[in-house]
Write a protein that binds this ligand. Structure first.
Ligand code: KG4
Ligand code: ZN
Length: 367
């Protein structure tokens, strides 16, 4: 039975189903002091490779962005994304190895995102990882993109234990997780329609700002008054931990259709800042409520939208007020990258959990 299908069907990982290599003996015998993982990430439109030493030192992290290409269409075109991955993947991997300053022969394992994401894009990364694994005779580790986002915080804080609420807020996902002391991850909420980053991208496209929308609206918001328009804060008091951003997007479109002056050069920064305030308020309040409900004192925020300046500021401010530790990775680890894939791969390596060359790709998958 296909290992990954089993993971997805059961919703939990059966450690016993993984291929066990003898590499653990090598570690135990102390022959190898350092562990080097090559990470590969191609789940959407960024082609990424990285080398991570001992799970926390990022020796190199290369990201080849396709933003400019997809910008013309106002969003990611899957067919183009996979073709571009094919064009650059080899170069990106070679550059990651070269920039890491280590010999390829030192790489202990290759870790790659195989779920969730665009099938055509995932296939390119997984195909490349299989080729590396086969030719270098090193283990292959297939990981979940969302779990890797959570691990972007572990890169910076390698000794961090479990017992926290994780918020993943990106272009494809907005989900809350309860992670217990044994690192068992349970989803406690998700968006019922658009992800927060998707709402940013759609609003930016509607306003004619460009793609990706998040950084553009973030920059515009810094010049505007966030109390300019009182937009709804969807599901802020819903009593569960789900999100919804589609209604907020519709509210902005409806308001600007009624009053076109809201999109004028003078007013657009206030419009953007007001939209952003609603998003930030909902994300911070619901995540902090989850921490209170489950009695945890730590929150880990990750994903592309975690790069948002207001979200970072508000999480840190509210966390300080409510005595909750807030962890948000540096900007280069918020957006899609392969360092987080290498970090998660390191932990799989230590556990001796490897995949064989038959491992497949999946467009949808929970952690
Ligand atoms: O994690 P990521 O790189 O890719 C996915 O897995 O989706 O996230 C990309 C998303 C895009 O929707 C982008 O607009 C958003 O992250 N984003 C931001 C900011 N920087 C990137 N959203 C708000 N503010 C930002 N500064
Ligand atoms: Zn992502």
């Amino acid at each position: 039975m296909d290992i990954d299908k089993e993971i997805i069907n059961k919703g939990k990982i059966d450690k016993g189903k993984y291929t066990k290599y003898n590499f653990m003996n090598i570690i135990k015998n102390g022959d190898r002091k350092d562990i080097y993982i090559l990470g590969i990430e191609t789940s959407c439109d960024d082609t990424c490779a990285a080398v991570v030493r001992n799970g926390s030192e990022v020796l190199s992290s290369i990201v080849s962005s396709q933003d400019e290409i997809h910008g013309k269409y106002g969003g990611v075109v899957p067919e183009i994304a996979s073709r571009k991955h094919i064009e650059v993947i080899e170069m990106v991997i070679n550059e990651a190895i070269q920039k890491s300053g280590i010999d390829f022969g030192k790489i202990n394992a290759v870790s790659v995102t195989n779920r969730p994401g665009l099938i055509g894009s995932l296939l390119v990364g997984v195909g490349a990882a299989k080729a590396v694994s086969f030719s270098a005779n090193i283990p292959l580790i297939a990981v979940n993109h969302l779990e890797a986002h959570l691990y972007s915080n572990i890169l910076e804080n390698p000794d961090m234990g479990g017992g926290f609420i994780g918020l993943i807020v990106s272009g494809g996902h907005t989900s809350l997780y309860l992670v217990d002391n044994g690192w068992n991850i349970k989803e406690i909420g998700h968006t019922v329609d658009d992800a927060a980053g998707e709402a940013y991208d759609k609003i930016a496209r509607y306003l004619g700002l460009g793609y990706p929308g998040g950084p553009l609206i973030d920059a515009l918001s810094r010049k505007g008054d966030s109390s300019y328009i009182d937009f709804p804060k969807p599901m802020i008091d819903s009593g569960d931990f789900n999100f919804s951003f589609s209604g907020l997007k519709t509210a902005l479109i409806y308001r600007t259709k009624k009053d076109k002056t809201l999109m004028s050069e003078k007013n657009i920064s206030g419009l953007a800042a007001s939209f952003q305030r609603s998003v930030v308020e909902v994300l911070t309040e619901k995540t902090l409520k989850a921490a209170r409900r489950f009695g945890v004192k730590k929150i880990l925020v990750s994903g592309g939208v975690a790069a948002n300046s207001e979200l970072r500021k508000e999480f840190l401010r509210k966390g300080g007020e409510r005595n909750i530790e807030i962890y948000i990775p540096p900007l280069y680890l918020c957006m899609d990258n392969a360092a987080m894939v290498g970090c998660l791969g390191h932990h799989r390596y230590i556990d001796g959990r490897f995949n064989d060359l038959k491992v497949d790709v999946y467009s949808r998958s929970d952690i």
